[in-house]
Design a protein. Structure first.
Length: 283
């Protein structure tokens, strides 16, 4: 039987999702394959396939991998969870034989900007810049070249939100059918330059028009920062013809296993808030 498995993972612990042949670098795919072999779900030489590839440092909440196995689907996620670290499978769905897991309907990414206060006008400018990307465009100037792949992609949503209410936690949501190598991180970097007044929305339109760039626009393009991977999360991959069922026990195991790291991270937040309070109290 062929199954799709929804999986979350902490990208900071892996050198990307895909196995890097000829190296011993830890990857999400390599860890899952090893766990599947260990529990007897697949043979030593059998492979799995991911719907979306993520770079080193990029995390996921809802990536999908496909696997051919006769393992009991009601027990698969729990067995996997017991043999994985930093990876949390939480949902499973039956796929058609030989169905290509790469053919997803849409992918939703979220970028968490650094916790630097941003006023409402800046958030509006950021959202205005991001809105330029919505629709079908050529993103060859906002990605890393990858073997002559088609660089035209369709973006259905791109927007910034202040989830803190104070401007200290601004996120960027981007939804589209597919994405190019480093595309989202460069889109966010370009939108930030517009927010800071170093580029205009018209400049963005020129970058994604598919045409040649003049010297001035090419110079501005060179200033676009590829944002760090640690802020990026693949929130979900949507495959409308696959019904993914969350596994309550696997979810519970995942929540328990993330407790210590969540606690440790919360201490940094507490310390940062305390330091900010001390700064405010200075004469």
């Amino acid at each position: 039987m062929r199954y799709g498995v929804k999986v979350a993972y902490d990208g900071s612990r892996f050198h990307g999702s895909q196995v890097q042949e000829g190296t011993d670098l830890p990857t999400v795919e390599g860890s899952i394959r090893s766990a599947l072999v260990k529990i007897g779900a697949i043979g030593e030489g059998e492979k799995i396939a991911f719907s979306s590839r993520t770079d080193a440092g990029v995390s996921a909440l809802g990536n999908i991998f496909a696997v051919e196995t006769d393992f009991d689907p009601d027990e698969l996620l729990k067995a996997l969870s017991a043999n994985l670290d930093g990876i949390w499978p939480w949902g499973i769905g039956r796929m058609r034989p030989k169905q290509n897991v790469r053919w997803a309907d849409s992918r939703w990414y979220r970028y968490h900007l650094p916790p630097v206060p941003m006023d409402n006008d800046s958030i509006i400018k950021l959202t205005g810049a991001l809105s330029v990307f919505v629709g079908g465009h050529d993103f060859k100037n906002l990605c890393k070249a990858d073997g002559g792949k088609n660089t035209e992609t369709e973006i259905t949503r791109a927007q910034a939100y202040d989830v803190s209410g104070t401007g200290e936690m601004v996120i960027v949501d981007v939804v589209g059918s597919r994405f190019l190598w480093q595309q989202i991180r460069r889109m966010v970097g370009a939108a930030i330059l517009v927010k800071e007044g170093e580029m205009s929305e018209r400049d963005l339109e020129g970058l994604i028009s598919g045409g040649d760039l003049d010297d001035e626009l090419n110079r501005k393009r060179g200033r676009i920062k590829t944002m760090p991977p640690t802020g990026l999360i693949l929130m979900d991959v949507d495959m409308k013809d696959v019904d993914f069922t969350p596994d309550p026990e696997a979810l519970e195991l995942s929540i328990r296993s993330t407790l210590d790291r969540s606690w440790s991270s919360s201490m940094f937040i507490v310390l940062r808030s305390a330091l900010q309070s001390l700064r405010v109290s200075l004469p």
